[in-house]
Ligand binder design. Structure first.
Ligand SMILES: CC(C)(COP(=O)(O)OP(=O)(O)OC[C@H]1O[C@@H](n2cnc3c(N)ncnc32)[C@H](O)[C@@H]1OP(=O)(O)O)[C@@H](O)C(=O)NCCC(=O)NCCS
Length: 153
């Protein structure tokens, strides 16, 4: 059974393992442990972790900005992908944001990342594009697509 619980700085090594496994290293999407730590010390940030058999298999990191929530990052270990763990993490993020009366959940995703389809399926809508937002070693700089989920019923 998969459990989703609050995480904190003690979970950074486990979250970094998920991040290094889940994200394509070619696009500069993943963070370092130091970046994660500096975000986690902020009071408006939330880390959720998914636990399978006592170890972390996924995480979602979000932050509160005014009356909005922003999903900073979500990842699931490759061998656990396609088992609804991403959906579980996102649903819990939405549930908590609604309980705190946030009105919208925003995120940015690299143009070409398959996660775009995951977000579309969940109900997010594309609302904007930031040109050449991501960098990669091959000299290509993909755009970021901004997506929004309305949290008001
Ligand atoms: C994106 C990610 C978090 C999805 O997690 P997951 O656990 O594999 O997704 P789920 O099993 O919960 O899938 C939920 C739904 O999205 C769909 N989906 C998931 N990945 C998909 C993909 N690559 N293409 C199309 N649909 C996808 C599933 O089919 C499922 O649909 P359903 O509700 O109709 O059954 C995971 O693939 C991942 O870690 N990717 C790499 C890191 C990344 O790019 N993160 C996003 C940028 S921050």
């Amino acid at each position: 059974m998969i459990r989703v619980v609050d995480g904190d700085a003690n979970n950074i090594p486990a979250v970094m393992s998920v991040m290094n496994d889940a994200f394509d290293p070619g696009f500069g999407e993943s963070w370092t442990g130091a970046q994660l730590l500096s975000t986690l010390v902020l009071p408006d940030c939330q880390l959720l972790i998914a636990i399978a058999q006592d170890s972390v298999c996924g995480f979602a990191l979000s932050r509160w900005v005014l009356d909005h929530e922003e999903l900073l990052m979500i990842g699931v270990l490759q061998k656990f992908q396609g088992q609804d763990i991403g959906k579980l993490l996102l649903s819990e993020t939405v549930c908590r944001a609604r309980a705190a009366e946030r009105t919208k959940l925003f995120l940015e995703v690299r143009d070409g990342n398959k996660a775009y389809d995951f977000y579309l399926k969940f109900g997010f809508l594309p609302i904007g594009r930031r040109k050449n937002y991501y960098k990669n070693a091959g000299g290509i700089s993909p755009d970021a697509i901004t997506m929004e989920l309305n949290l008001q019923y």
